[in-house]
Design a protein around this ligand. Structure first.
Ligand SMILES: NC(=O)c1ccc[n+]([C@@H]2O[C@H](COP(=O)([O-])OP(=O)(O)OC[C@H]3O[C@@H](n4cnc5c(N)ncnc54)[C@H](OP(=O)(O)O)[C@@H]3O)[C@@H](O)[C@H]2O)c1
Length: 258
């Protein structure tokens, strides 16, 4: 297996670097801008680290850009690499083309999962969306995913944007709704733990059926009396009111309720 440099020390970089190490893949260096998180991650991986772009190892085989879109672009511009190195990023909506002036070998290694540094993740359960500038690069990225025991999907740029969009609805917006629910409970001095069995059962139903078949609540029942009571309860909070209105209308429209 090739020598790998990881650029970034955040949520994804941390989980990915540890998964590579556990799979026996040689991470040579961690680069980032935050010396504390960069050195802590490098210590766990047992590799070198730097916060200086000029000190990034120049002869590695693969560089994984795991920062935000802006930093991926700007560090790619500045990094010095050998001509046949592979450059890849892990972003859902960033173009593969950010690397095209740097090397003929580049790709995307997009893990379709939600990562938080402090929360354990079984990397082998993460689907990896792959895209590459050529077949050889594709095979190298696929080999890494296979070493991590991940399922891979050959996904082009526009498909990846669609996958990412679906993830924003399924995970990010869902998480935000639960966050609002927790806040509403806490604002009324009720423990937010009360919601956990409901969350478990909701996911159990979705995972064992479909979201469409699992929908319940006042909107699908067209229970407008309850909807008005809920609106009254949150009328002083514009943000909750807007979210409630949009989602209620969306459910009614989906299930063709007049
Ligand atoms: N989190 C997810 O669930 C998830 C899932 C799939 C794909 N992704 C993709 O993976 C990538 C990383 O996401 P993430 O959640 O890991 O982000 P993150 O936790 O915010 O980490 C970003 C990392 O980039 C570093 N960074 C930012 N700007 C930099 C700069 N100018 N120079 C050097 N380092 C810089 C940050 O340093 P600081 O620590 O100093 O901020 C941090 O280490 C993104 O492309 C994202 O779209 C994320």
């Amino acid at each position: 297996m090739q020598d790998i440099v990881i650029l970034g020390s955040g949520n994804v970089a941390s989980h990915f670097a540890k998964a590579l190490k556990n799979a026996g893949i040689n991470v040579k260096q961690i680069f980032g801008r935050n010396i504390r998180s960069v050195s802590a991650l490098a210590k766990q991986i047992n590799c070198s680290h730097t916060i200086n772009i000029s000190d990034i190892i120049q002869n590695a085989d693969i560089y994984f850009f795991i920062m935000n879109d802006k930093a991926n672009l700007s560090i790619c511009d500045k990094i010095k690499i050998k001509p046949d190195s592979i450059l890849a990023h892990t972003a859902g909506s960033q173009s593969i083309d950010i690397f095209k002036n740097k090397t003929p070998n580049y790709g995307v290694f997009y893990p379709f999962q939600t990562f938080t540094k402090s929360v354990e993740t079984d990397f082998s359960k993460v689907p990896i969306c792959l895209e590459a500038s050529n077949q050889e690069t594709y095979l190298v990225l696929e080999k890494i995913a296979r070493k991590l025991n991940c399922k891979t999907f050959k996904i082009n740029a526009s498909e990846r944007e669609t996958v990412h969009l679906s993830g924003v609805f399924a995970s990010n917006f869902m998480n935000h709704c639960v966050n609002i629910a927790e806040d509403i409970l806490l604002e009324n001095n009720i423990s937010s733990d009360i919601i956990k069995p409901l969350l478990e059962q909701s996911f159990f139903k979705i995972l064992n059926n479909t979201a469409a078949n699992s929908q319940t609540g006042p909107a699908i029942r067209n229970d407008n009396l309850t909807i008005e009571k809920h609106k009254e309860l949150i009328k002083n909070n514009k943000q909750y009111s807007q979210v409630y209105e949009v989602l209620t209308n969306s459910i009614k429209s989906k299930f063709k309720i007049q």
